[in-house]
Design a protein around this ligand. Structure first.
Ligand SMILES: Cc1cc2nc3c(=O)[nH]c(=O)nc-3n(C[C@H](O)[C@H](O)[C@H](O)COP(=O)(O)OP(=O)(O)OC[C@H]3O[C@@H](n4cnc5c(N)ncnc54)[C@H](O)[C@@H]3O)c2cc1C
Ligand SMILES: *[C@@H]1O[C@H](CO)[C@@H](O)[C@H](O)[C@H]1NC(C)=O
Length: 350
């Protein structure tokens, strides 16, 4: 089947299912409608000039005192039945009024009052999991990847719904049309270095820490962006979760791997399904350690390394890197200083 036929059937050239053509495609004029139908529309209408220039990125456009009102378009559970906890993909419409760059976060102000202080609930941050163009590539939506925060009583081992997380449950329980009070976009720590398109990216995630990388990967390997056209480096994703049912967006990573086998690389650490070298549980630092030589070489060569997910991931990572550096006769303290100074080191954990 040729690409045109595939596109008309709702598949892109790599055989992956595309978002269905929306009815509005009919009302947008014949040329754009046809371009959309056959999927040759470029994602180039939300770019800086040059496209990698980060000096005017949107930042805190909407603040606590005057938040933006977005609207939920969809909420989907994206983990399998045996997953640990529930994680949802939530698409929110901002209508183009709250633009952002890949790697930034939105704030969400859940409705209601905090009983602890009698004040309105405070803002929670969520990494944006789509590119700036949104999953429908209109530039008018953003996706969040949210894990429901639950509370398990340490004594009874039972869930206590009275203590469940306010904002994550509000988001995961939302239905299409629900209005959401939002702030941001915020954050500059997790931006991509696009100036040198040969730069390797090493992206390390636990759980919902995957969110910013989904934006990166869509920008580099799914969309027709100037960044994608220029990219010659290797983007390497490490994702750590408990088991295969807890994997996030696996089909999308597999598709990227098929389409760009030399530019995209993927490794999973499944702590409850895989064992590390000494027979213990396979945590994210154990998987990264398997490739420590390559990773140190890439960093030496200017790669940018990213960490996102639960705070608890960093001690294990740091301990591992220290140990590997020591075995190579390198001072990790000095190396880390140098990486930070060069802007190669990006950490956003919560
Ligand atoms: C930069 C940044 C990016 C983030 N990105 C994401 C993301 O992409 N996806 C994501 O899911 N999260 C993300 N987070 C985390 C997110 O901001 C929230 O912290 C998270 O969703 C929990 O908020 P909540 O309102 O649901 O829980 P809260 O109501 O704030 O409660 C926090 C925790 O305390 C527990 N708790 C509540 N009451 C009690 C009690 N009485 N005793 C003991 N424990 C109690 C809750 O169960 C919960 O686990 C990010 C955080 C930051 C800072
Ligand atoms: C593997 O797991 C064991 C037990 O949890 C741990 O002590 C060890 O540091 C881990 N890593 C490697 C590389 O063995």
């Amino acid at each position: 089947m040729n690409a045109l036929l595939l596109a008309l059937c709702g598949f892109n050239a790599h055989g992956a299912l595309r978002a269905p053509v929306r009815p509005s495609a009919v009302s947008m004029g014949p040329i754009r409608a046809i371009k959309r139908l056959i999927g040759i529309q470029k994602q180039n209408f939300l770019e800086a000039n040059p496209y990698w220039d980060q000096s005017n990125i949107p930042l805190n456009t909407f603040k606590n005192k005057a938040p933006f009102t977005g609207k939920v378009l969809s909420v989907k559970r994206i983990v399998g039945p045996a997953a640990t906890g529930e994680t949802c993909d939530i698409v929110i419409k901002h209508g183009g009024k709250m633009p952002f760059w890949e790697g930034q976060s939105y704030g969400v102000i859940p409705p209601g009052i905090n009983p602890k202080n009698g004040k309105p609930n405070s803002v929670r941050l969520y990494s944006i999991a789509s590119s700036r163009y949104g999953d429908d590539m209109t530039g008018k939506t953003a996706t969040l990847c949210v894990r429901r925060a639950t509370y398990v009583d340490p004594e009874t081992g039972k869930e206590d719904p009275a203590k469940k997380g306010v904002c994550s449950n509000f988001l995961c329980d939302s239905t299409p049309g629900r209005e959401i009070s939002m702030t941001g976009p915020s954050g500059k720590v997790m931006l991509m270095p696009e100036k040198d398109p040969k730069t390797d990216l090493i992206m390390v995630a636990t759980g919902t820490g995957i969110a910013p990388y989904r934006g990166f990967i869509r920008r580099l390997f799914v969309e027709k962006t100037p960044a994608a056209a220029a990219y010659e480096g290797q983007a390497w994703l490490f994702l750590g979760v408990a088991n295969s049912d807890s994997l996030l967006y696996d089909d999308e990573w597999q598709a990227a791997k098929r389409s760009f086998p030399s530019n995209f690389r993927l490794d999973y650490a499944l702590s409850r399904e895989q064992n590390n070298k000494s027979g213990g549980k396979m945590y994210i630092q154990d998987k990264v350690e398997e490739y420590a030589d390559e990773i140190f070489a890439k960093l030496e060569n200017g790669a940018h390394m990213y960490f996102c997910g639960l705070k608890g991931m960093m001690p294990g990572i740091t301990e591992m890197l220290e140990r590997v550096a020591q075995s190579k006769g390198i001072s990790w303290e000095e190396k880390l200083e140098e990486l930070k100074k060069n802007g190669q080191w990006h950490v956003e954990v919560y």
